[in-house]
Design a protein around this ligand. Structure first.
Ligand SMILES: C[S@@+](CC[C@H](N)C(=O)[O-])C[C@H]1O[C@@H](n2cnc3c(N)ncnc32)[C@H](O)[C@@H]1O
Length: 240
């Protein structure tokens, strides 16, 4: 929990530099914002453990460089993911779904509710992949429409992407250098085995840094930009 004295100091600093009106508006919009880490509805419904927030230092990533390049674990906002799965415009049966940086697996479990060929979650954190595997094991069979769901404990920069049609999901999981390495790997895999690839990239509204890397690729073109779901998330779609 944030130190209340530090919070008060930052509040006073903000008021003296930006004014009380602006500060109060910022505080109100922060208090009203949707917080996916505190949304218990998904876990209550399915008996899983996907909520909470885990800072990079607590992810158990051995490689120091990779630890510094990780952002943090924060689960996806389920209604926003549901929107993507319904509107992405692919026939689920013809695609493998891969969540790059799957954390505790909330998105993997949501994708498993659609008839994808396979659903795969990849994460570098051994701690979180253990939780994700246990979530997959306890996810109710009645909710699943995909029979092949797996969690891999791996660094995305060395992970071999399946050679089927792919729907790749990223929730701004790592810094630009790791994103570039993953995308270079994707392009070389696409050159070797041409196929349909759709990338669904979720980011906070206005935070388009991760997306710039995808935009620089030659084999993937931006096909759609969906603004401001729940008032704070944007979806960017790219396709081969
Ligand atoms: C924002 S969380 C996203 C969780 C999940 N995709 C979701 O949307 O609910 C980012 C995840 O990326 C993982 N990650 C960071 N760097 C990674 C890397 N090099 N390889 C694989 N996973 C990584 C972190 O461990 C973390 O769980």
């Amino acid at each position: 929990m944030e130190n209340p004295i530090a919070k008060l100091k930052s509040f006073r600093y903000s008021a003296s530099s930006a004014g009380w009106r602006r500060t109060l508006m910022d505080v109100a919009s922060h208090a009203l914002a949707y917080r996916p880490d505190r949304d218990h509805s998904f876990d209550q419904r399915f008996g899983t453990d996907t909520e909470g927030k885990v800072e990079p230092a607590a992810l158990g990533i051995e490689d120091e460089g990779r630890r510094e390049q990780a952002i943090l674990y924060l689960p996806s906002p389920a209604p926003v993911t549901r929107w993507m799965l319904e509107h992405v415009g692919v026939s689920h049966r013809d695609f493998t779904f891969v969540d790059l940086g799957c954390g505790k697996g909330r998105v993997v479990l949501m994708a498993a509710q659609y008839p994808f060929q396979r659903v795969v979650g990849v994460d570098i954190s051994p701690t979180l992949t253990a939780v994700a595997r246990s979530n997959v094991a306890r996810f109710p069979a009645r909710a699943r429409r995909c029979d092949s769901v797996e969690i891999c404990n791996a660094d995305v920069t060395t992970f071999d992407l399946p050679s089927t049609n792919l729907l790749l999901h990223l929730y701004h999981p790592f810094d630009g250098e790791v994103t570039s390495a993953v995308l270079a790997r994707l392009e070389s895999s696409l050159r070797q085995t041409p196929r349909r690839v759709v990338v669904a990239y979720l980011l906070y509204s206005g935070g388009a840094r991760g997306a710039r890397r995808v935009r620089s690729l030659s084999l993937l073109k931006e096909t759609r930009y969906e603004h401001s779901l729940l008032g704070q998330y944007d979806w960017l779609f790219f396709s081969s």
